[in-house]
Each structure stands twice: as structure tokens, then as C-alpha cells.
Design a protein around this ligand. Structure first.
Ligand code: SF4
Length: 345
């Protein structure tokens, strides 16, 4: 675990539950895994390596990951974030974010003579491929996800005529399909595992022959962070999650904590957003961070809590995590090559 302060000595990785708090004992239960997942790590490194290899500016379509701090840090190094591909000048390099893009965005980039680096997380690409395959087989695809989320827009763009968005269990009643015998569900990678299964159950109630994807679409990182926060929440008076409001997996962590025993929970971008009134009557504080959050922001929250008497930290780690992804292929090719700057016209 990088950047782990010494005071985080009590790693309870072998324990399934942390020790109960003595009366009046102030402690922090630090969930693990937390923070950066392999897809975010890869996307951020891709921007950094592209800046080193080709020089600034490097254009990035949408926030590379949903975290303000990460975006601002990359901007200072020369990354330019744009909303639409058309904003990128002809011949320049554009990186697509970890959330993935629709095929039409690749076509726009080609029309604009842009060099592209696709930092779509391989686990999102897997869902895109499933969508293409089921569309070819003429299934109606019920995509469980949040309306307007970039990942959902990208996946839907792979097969717009076959995909219907289902935004939670309450949306199931609105679903209409052509043939109830030929329906499959897929999902956004960063959803609540529990709520997604509720939605699937409700869909199965309407379509008993509903096909499931070959493996879970909700990614390992989302699942692991939810598993850890559930364990922490069972003992926490207050749960703090570090993450941005537009980060789906971070928002789900707060929701999961509140439905698994935490008495109170808040999502904060960094220590500056913490509020002392939340600490009233609190002994045990649970702490985690979303998959797009660098550890330095968690360290800031730990320092803030330590200054107020919560300086005892126990790590609660129900799952080990070792996933890594290689860099996007366009970048790997140029990093291996003697001649630098191949991508730029
Ligand atoms: S949260 Fe999961 S799907 Fe999203 S970037 Fe990270 S590993 Fe990939």
C-alpha cells in the first residue's frame, strides 16, 4: 500500500471483523481495497506518458477519470480537457477517457484527422464487445445503468437500436421489448452490486428467459470496494468516502455504507470539505475512497481526523487486489519505438 503512514499499523487483513470499540475509544476503520483501480491507474499514466512522449498539449475528451484533483493535476502538466472531439485542433492528439466512447466518437476523430489514444478501461471494452455480440444475434439488450453517465452513453452507442437503458428496479415496469424470449441484460461497471441484482430479479420477474452476461459486468474494483465498506460500515458511527460527486462508484460507496449499518455517511472531495459537526457523538469512523481517488487525498482526511483525536487507524481488508492493465496499444508502440512523437502529424 503506497503512502501508508506509520500509524496505520494495525492491518486486520486476516480478520473478518475489526475489534469492537471500547467506550469512548476514537478510531478510524480504513477500508481496503480503496482508491485507484487498475483502469484509472492506466488512464492517468497514459496521459502522463503521452505528455512526456509527445509534449503538451495533449487533449483529453471528458474528464479522464471522475476526480477533480486528478484532472487539475494533469491540467497543470499540459493536458487540455474538452467536452467534444470537434474542439480538438486538426492533427492533434486526443485521449479517450477510462469510461469509453461510442463508435461515432472514433469516426469524429478520424474526420478531424486526430491521432487517438484510447484509454477506455478493458473492463468497459468487454461490455462494449458483449453489446455488439448480442446486437448481432438480434437480442434486445437491457443495459442497467444511470442515465447520462458517460459509460452508459458509450456502451449504448455500440448498438443504439438494440439497447434499452434500465435505471434501477423502479424503471423495470417501463421496459418494452420486441420478443420476451430474446432478451439479455448487461450493466454499467460501477453500480451497486445489491441494487443491480434487485433490478435483475425484477427483470426476471417480467422476462423469465432473460439471459445473463457470461460474467459479471460490475467490475472487480467496484465489488471489492463495496465488500470492504460493508464490513467497515457495520461498526461505524460515521462513514466518510473520498471521491467526487460525479464519480458513480464513489456515490455507491456512501449508499452501500448507509444500507449496511453506518449511522451517517458523507462523500467529500478532500479534507477541506469535512465538517466538524459530523463528529458529534461519534466514536468509530469508517473511511474509504472511490476508484478514481489518489491516496494523497485519503492521507489528508486521516490527518484532519488525527488532529481531532481520531489518530488510531485499523485497516480492514476483506479482499486482496492485484489487478494491473497494460497501457493503451498506441502508446506502448511509440514508447517502444526509437523515433518519438509518431502519433502527432
Ligand atoms: S472502476 Fe472498474 S471498470 Fe471503471 S476504470 Fe476502474 S477497473 Fe475499470
Amino acid at each position: 500500500m503506497t503512502g501508508t503512514p506509520d500509524r496505520r499499523a494495525a492491518d486486520t487483513s486476516e480478520a473478518t471483523t475489526a475489534e469492537p470499540a471500547a467506550a469512548g475509544r476514537r478510531r478510524v476503520l480504513l477500508a481496503a481495497p480503496r482508491g485507484y483501480c487498475a483502469g484509472v491507474d492506466r488512464a492517468v499514466i497514459a496521459v502522463e506518458k503521452a505528455l512526456e512522449q509527445y509534449g503538451a498539449p495533449i487533449y483529453v475528451r471528458h474528464e479522464i477519470v471522475h476526480n477533480k484533483y486528478v484532472v487539475q493535476t494533469l491540467e497543470k502538466k499540459g493536458a487540455v480537457f474538452v467536452e467534444e472531439t470537434e474542439e480538438v485542433p486538426e492533427g492533434e492528439i486526443v485521449i479517450f477517457s477510462a469510461h469509453g466512447v461510442a463508435p461515432t466518437v472514433h469516426e469524429e476523430a478520424q474526420r478531424g484527422k486526430l491521432a487517438t489514444i484510447d484509454a477506455t478501461c478493458p473492463l468497459v471494452t468487454k461490455v462494449h464487445k458483449e453489446a455488439v455480440r448480442y446486437a448481432k444475434e438480434d437480442y434486445d439488450i437491457l443495459l442497467i445503468g444511470h442515465e447520462g453517465h458517460e459509460e452508459v452513453i458509450g456502451t449504448s452507442g455500440e448498438a443504439p437500436d438494440h439497447i434499452t437503458l434500465v435505471d434501477g428496479p423502479e424503471d423495470v415496469k417501463n421496459v418494452e421489448v420486441r420478443d420476451p424470449e430474446k432478451v439479455v441484460w448487461l450493466s454499467q461497471t460501477t453500480l451497486s452490486v445489491d441494487e443491480t441484482m434487485e433490478t435483475v430479479d425484477a427483470l426476471q420477474g417480467r422476462y423469465p428467459n432473460l439471459l445473463s452476461p457470461p460474467s459479471d459486468d460490475i467490475c472487480y474494483a467496484t465489488q471489492n470496494r463495496q465488500t470492504a465498506i460493508k464490513q467497515v460500515a457495520a461498526e461505524a458511527d460515521l462513514v466518510l468516502v473520498v471521491g467526487s460527486k460525479n464519480s458513480s462508484n464513489s456515490v455507491r460507496l456512501v449508499e452501500t455504507a448507509l444500507t449496511h449499518g453506518a449511522k451517517d455517511g458523507h462523500l467529500v472531495d478532500n479534507a477541506e470539505e469535512l465538517d466538524e459537526t459530523w463528529l458529534e457523538g461519534v466514536e468509530t469512523i469508517g473511511l474509504s475512497s472511490g476508484a478514481s481517488v489518489p491516496e494523497v487525498l485519503v492521507d489528508g482526511v486521516l490527518e484532519w481526523l488525527a488532529q481531532r483525536g481520531w489518530d488510531e487507524v485499523e485497516i480492514v481488508k476483506p479482499v486482496d487486489e492485484h489487478m494491473q492493465f497494460s497501457l493503451p496499444k498506441e502508446l506502448r508502440r511509440d514508447l517502444r519505438s526509437e523515433a518519438s512523437g509518431k502519433l502527432r502529424a
